[in-house]
Design a binder for this molecule. Structure first.
Ligand code: MG
Length: 159
């Protein structure tokens, strides 16, 4: 049985934090604020995969009240979700995501992000599609106050 899931996340951009997106560090004068490394792209992907599994959301599995997840690389969440997929006998078919950011430029880094995400999920990079867009200077993303990401995932579950 094929299942799809959707994910969406936002984190504020603040001074004094490193910027992590798609499992890599990007050079920028601000970083995303959050309990973990605040990798908004990974969080949206995690929610999409958990959604396809019918397994709730990232806040349920990795609560921001848990000291274990403070400052960690969000790639850990994907590795945990990969284990959950295996436990359920589920196969992740593909993921697709969009990052909405006015700056920095994301597109030149997408291939490196794909490699990182694929490694964490055990997913071939030709099953990973990543996109980046600006918000045409509109709203919080357009003003550079934060970065948003949305994602979908398709999973095959055993009958
Ligand atoms: Mg988040």
């Amino acid at each position: 049985m094929n299942r799809v899931g959707i994910g969406y996340d936002v984190h504020p951009l603040v001074e004094g934090r490193k910027l992590f997106l798609g499992g890599i560090e990007l050079a920028h004068h601000k970083g995303l604020e959050g309990h973990s490394d605040a990798d908004v792209l990974i969080h949206a992907l995690a929610d999409a995969i958990l959604g396809a599994l019918g397994a709730g959301d990232i806040g349920h599995h990795f609560p921001n009240t848990d000291e274990r997840w403070r400052g960690v690389s969000s790639l850990i969440f994907l590795r945990e979700i990969r284990a959950l997929l295996e436990k359920r006998g589920a196969v992740l078919e593909n993921i697709d995501a969009s990052v909405i950011a006015e700056a920095p430029k994301i597109a030149p880094h997408l291939d490196k992000m794909k490699a990182k995400l694929g490694e964490a999920l055990g997913l071939a990079t030709d099953r990973i599609n990543l996109k980046a867009t600006t918000n045409e200077k509109l709203g919080f993303a357009g003003r550079g106050e934060g970065i948003a990401a949305m994602a979908v995932a398709c999973v095959t579950l055993p009958d």
